[in-house]
Design a protein around this ligand. Sequence first.
Ligand SMILES: Nc1nc2c(ncn2[C@@H]2O[C@H](COP(=O)(O)OP(=O)(O)O)[C@@H](O)[C@H]2O)c(=O)[nH]1
Ligand SMILES: [Mg+2]
Ligand SMILES: [Zn+2]
Length: 276
Amino acid sequence: MNGKIICINSAIHRVLLENNTIIDTKTRGKLRNQNINPVVGDNVFVDINTNTIEKVEERKNYLERPLIANIDKLLIVMSSSIPSFSTYLIDKFLVIAYSNNIEPIIVVTKTDMISLKEKLEIKKFIKYYRKLNIKVYYNKEVRKIKKELKDSVIALCGQTGSGKSSLLNRIDASLHLKTGEVSVSLGRGKHTTRLVELLEVNGGLIADTPGFSSLDINIDKKEIKKFYPEFNLECKYKTCLHIKEDGCEVLNQVNKNKIPKWRHENYIKFMEEANK
Ligand SMILES: Nc1nc2c(ncn2[C@@H]2O[C@H](COP(=O)(O)OP(=O)(O)O)[C@@H](O)[C@H]2O)c(=O)[nH]1
Ligand SMILES: [Mg+2]
Ligand SMILES: [Zn+2]
């Protein structure tokens, strides 16, 4: 029977089957011999007589930190107050999402904590992201966010304190996730590696992870521009990286304020980081 791995704890692979039951399975030696290492999110075929995973389906995408496969949507949870709103982080998550074939969705939190003036400032950014066809919601819009969960596999990302756990609790109060936790450094020699787990929430699955621990854009420097949809313009040179080249149409649009300066500045930062 087909199913999806929702949790892995050493040798035990917990699978949500298509008939909505959950079983604990083992992997077959055959898979290990083929060097196939199933991860959370993998779509698998299970022999329900022996409770073994017989086959791992081809992956749509695969992230290493958190270790998870087949994510449909990335919920970028961005606070407008403490921690402060960061287009740098949003733009970085957008590149990570697009380069992994994941639909990004931005959720803005804590607008109740800011002034009207600050709200208008943030609205400018939101307007631009919407222009790029990215869905942006406020965390108050629980009904709209719930709709996004249906039949989707979702990962959350965003800074500590941005309101990820609070958001999930709003969506499903029975989750009782702890909020307001300050991450403390682990005691000496203690290795409390958190398990990645997919939780069933409102007809979808959400990765219960602290978010992305790795914020590296794991792609070639020359590729980053591909994940800035508005950079798909005709420059003088096909190989143009839109930094300071002669005849660069992207820079031209930035100068005309058609592409906002901050979008381009963040891009330059990513290019510099990719240099290291
Ligand atoms: N005022 C306000 N506080 C919020 C909001 N969302 C979350 N918080 C608070 O911000 C703190 C951090 O939230 P939490 O969900 O733990 O963030 P996480 O680290 O991303 O999971 C908690 O004290 C929450 O009560 C919001 O929309 N408005
Ligand atoms: Mg949390
Ligand atoms: Zn260019």
